[in-house]
Write a protein that binds this ligand. Structure first.
Ligand code: 26Q
Length: 816
């Protein structure tokens, strides 16, 4: 196998050669985009040869492989992470220095693949890094959205969405695998026919679309493993159907082409919210079916029709219910295409499918209208009906005459296909994403299923790849840690705990503080360049960055800032340590209330800026277009991490882990993985506030919560919320905040008031903030806390998460 040597000299030669061949220019003449392409394709060459070796080894080893199916992979940029994982940092640094190229100037030229909304998509991306770094054979599978998540602009304090045309300049990292193109059918109707004495089914008059795969290499850290992220692109077959063109149906043919290709056109921008859109259903089936067809084709190459072996060779991981149609699709392929009996097919399918749930919120659970499913995927619907019939039969044995219970567990009921029930019933493994979330699944959401088969339920706490979220995004801290404890933590993050003793070392604390200041300046520069805003690095950097959602309670943070502002304005003797409140959040374009919260935060920022006294102590900056690349600058600069979700609502959270790893101290509720951060760092190194999830549930059940009482008794809340309506916040449109006011105090259309308990938790949040500000003034104490947070973050490496998935669910042998 020809492997090119990539020392600094080789890298230099390659870059110069590429500039010459691609553009006919020299390094001096090249612009940053051209330099980026030359450097990235140099790294790509290096990866290609590894990829080939990896494939060959697997071919020889032919072990088990995981297909990680996810409608989102929020990858972020690749170049720098690839250089790190190749362990070529020094070689590239030297080569680029000698060529007088500034790496930090060319990295931003890479368009960020934003093929995801938030946590679920970013988790999938972290998993890909850890799978390869743990040498586990894996293929990620998703849709090659032509447009990723919208770009966010602020206009007059309001969010405006712009298209994200990330493929406009091509993509250095992907390779089309045209040979694996397959066909996906929609619509039509099912026909029964006989083959001998066997009843068979086929779909006729269906509309067929090509699925074309593009592969992206995923490089393991310091090893020989390169996995694949496969993205499927929809292509019309009409382009080759010359007949309709010939028959003068040119426009009709073009229209149909467009209709087909719209399937992979754009990522739906909703996070933790379900809407029953037909196009979305088609997206889910499209990439799921394509992946399964490929997996079966690949399996048959090695094992022919010995499908009993399938569960020993493939496991399909269903990342939330979105790819859940993998279940009926596998049944369809095994029965209709491979001629297996229903019993065989369902036995095999069940042993191949593992499901992770990411939310317990009712509005995020996927349910498809029966008639939409039947129309769009008639054969799949038939299979779902039969699965449902057999499930209900079993349930009736377990729970005789308990119709309501059975109705809640059924795959089809109340005119809808209930995807979570399908996934739970038909997977051999069901897991939550934090210990608390796993417990909530067992105790409430899937309780009845849990009683029937306890063994298949579990909880595996999420993680983040410390390669991207520490080594790549925080090189200054990485160097300091390496000086202190060596670089063993790079492949084994649990070694970060060796840092803890350095908390007692005054010189180390000083250096740790200097690193934070360095990163604050880096953010200062970004904010100035991108938004033209000056921020003061002597302020405490306090960040809440995550999707905008009521349950994540950006409102709690905003209301608290508002109260602080009033304290400053009302009491001339009031002082507080100067604090910069940073927000980063996109709102789903159709989520009006979330967009209103953005307006509120921006209006507060303006109000505070207008007061000479307030702006000495408070500054708010809303970071525009929060994405992976922005997070990589924002998180290392942060000193306080805001994790405020209503207890029981945030399945895990993963941003919380990134902040912790970068030495930020958390103020948060006992929710999701916050609970485990608390367990890792201990109560002295975190600020916990608010109701616990059991208490929240009790409060909901009692139905006795009355936020108006809190409003009336807490003068600070009352004053701030009254200013929502009296023109203080929106002088020109005093009614702007009316909907939020109503939702928090009265509720409407039968909804309870303040369902996320903003007012209920305000007092406790306020006290936690007070304690925190006192502690911040004790420099030594604060620095120790920050160091402990980094030191005890090793548990949250996704390497650990992936090891647990493998030990408990997949049982794959690493590539040797
Ligand atoms: C489904 C069907 C139709 C339309 C939209 C959706 C949809 C899309 C995205 C439903 C949910 C999502 C995203 C969910 C998500 O990001 N959940 C987060 O997952 C993280 C990783 O496990 C957790 O850390 C977060 O707590 C959880 O909110």
């Amino acid at each position: 196998m020809p492997t090119t040597v990539y020392d600094a000299e080789g890298i230099k030669k390659s870059i110069v050669g590429k500039l010459q061949r691609y553009y006919g220019i020299t390094v001096q003449e090249a612009n940053p985009q051209q330099l980026y392409r030359a450097v990235a394709s140099t790294a790509r060459d290096q990866i290609m040869s590894k990829w080939m070796i990896s494939r060959k080894k697997r071919h020889e080893q032919h072990g088990k492989r995981v297909y990680y199916l996810s409608v989102e992979f929020l990858m972020g940029r690749s170049l720098n992470c690839n250089i790190i994982n190749l362990c070529s940092e020094n070689a590239y640094a030297q080569a680029l220095k000698e060529l007088d190229i500034d790496l930090s100037r060319i990295l931003p030229e890479e368009p960020e693949p934003a093929l995801g909304n938030g946590g679920l998509g970013r988790l999938a991306a972290c998993f890909m890094d850890s799978l390869a770094s743990e040498r586990l054979p894996a293929m990620g599978a998703t849709i090659r959205y032509e447009y990723g998540l919208f770009r966010q602009k602020m206009v007059d304090g309001q969010q405006v969405e712009l298209p994200d045309n990330w493929l406009a300049n091509g993509n250095v990292w992907e390779i089309a695998a045209a040979e694996d193109t397959c066909q996906i059918q929609f619509g039509g109707h099912v026909e029964k026919y006989m083959e001998g004495d066997r009843e068979c089914y086929r779909t006729v008059d269906a509309y067929t679309i090509d699925a074309v795969p593009y592969d992206m290499p995923i490089v393991g850290y310091n090893n020989e493993c390169v996995n694949t992220l496969r993205t499927w692109s929809a292509r019309s077959q009409e382009r080759i159907d010359l007949r309709s063109f010939g028959q003068g149906n040119y426009m009709k043919a073009m229209e149909e082409m467009q209709m087909a290709e719209v399937i992979s056109k754009v990522l739906y921008p909703e996070d933790n919210h379900y809407e029953g859109k037909m196009l979305r259903l088609k997206q889910h089936y499209f990439f799921t079916s394509a992946t399964l067809q490929y997996a079966l084709k690949n399996f048959k190459k090695y094992y022919g029709n010995n499908f009993d072996l399938l569960p020993d060779k493939c496991v399909f991981h269903i990342n939330d219910t979105h790819p859940g149609l993998a279940i009926p699709e596998m049944m369809r392929l095994l029965i209709d295409q491979e001629g297996l009996s229903w019993e065989m097919a369902s036995r095999i399918t069940k042993r191949c499918m593992a499901y992770t749930n990411h939310t317990v919120m009712a509005e995020a659970l996927e349910r498809w209208p029966v008639d939409m499913m039947q129309q769009t995927l008639p054969r799949i619907y038939m299979i779902l009906e039969e699965l449902n019939r057999r499930l209900c039969e079993e349930l009736f044995m377990a729970y005789p005459d308990q119709w309501e219970r059975i109705g809640h567990m059924a795959i089809i009921g109340y005119g809808q296909v209930h995807m979570a029930n399908l996934c739970v019933a038909m997977s051999f493994s069901v897991n939550g994403v934090s210990q608390l979330h796993g417990k909530i699944l067992q105790d409430s959401l899937f309780h009845d299923f849990y009683l029937l088969d306890k063994r298949k339920f579990g909880a595996i706490t999420n993680g983040i790849t410390h390669r991207r979220w520490l080594l790549e995004s925080n090189p200054a801290l990485t160097n300091l840690i390496t000086e202190a404890i060596g670089d063993g933590f790079k492949s084994d993050a649990s070694k970060l705990s060796e840092l803890a003793v350095f908390a007692e070392d005054a010189a180390f604390r000083e250096k740790f503080a200097q690193v934070k200041m360095h990163n604050k300046r880096r953010l200062q520069k970004l904010v100035k360049e991108r938004q033209g805003i000056d921020i003061d690095t002597s302020f405490i950097f306090d960040t809440q960055a995550k999707r905008l959602h009521e349950y994540k309670r950006q409102m709690l943070n905003a209301l608290h800032i508002h109260v602080l502002y009033n304290r400053i304005m009302d009491d001339p003797s009031f002082t507080m340590p100067p604090r910069l409140f940073l927000f980063g959040a996109k709102a789903a374009p159709g989520y009006g209330r979330a967009k209103l919260i953005i307006r509120y935060i921006n209006a507060l920022a303006k109000l505070i800026d207008a007061s000479p006294r307030a702006r000495e102590m408070i500054k708010i900056v809303y970071i525009e277009n929060y994405d992976v690349s922005t997070a990589e600058v924002l998180i290392p600069a942060t000193e306080i991490s805001q994790q405020l979700s209503t207890a029981g609502k945030e399945a895990s959270g993963t941003g919380n882990m990134k902040f912790m790893m970068n030495g930020a101290v958390t103020i948060g509720t006992m929710d999701g993985a916050n609970v485990e951060i608390y367990e890792q760092v201990g109560q002295d190194n975190i600020y916990i506030f608010g109701m616990r999830s059991e208490a929240v549930d009790r409060l909901y059940q009692e139905g006795s919560y009355n936020p108006m009482e809190i409003f009336e008794s807490n003068q600070e809340i009352k004053k701030a919320m009254s200013q929502w309506l009296d023109g203080t916040i929106f002088p020109n449109e005093p009614r702007t905040m009316h909907d939020l006011y109503q939702a928090l105090l009265m509720g409407e259309w039968g909804n309870m008031a303040d369902p996320y308990l903003v007012l209920k938790d305000f007092g406790s949040y306020n006290l936690a903030n007070r304690r925190m500000m006192e502690d911040y003034q004790n420099k030594e104490k604060w620095q120790k806390m920050a160091i402990f947070n980094t030191a005890y973050s090793g548990f949250f490496s996704s390497d650990r998460t992936i090891q647990e998935y493998n030990d408990q669910i997949w049982h794959i042998a690493p590539q040797v």
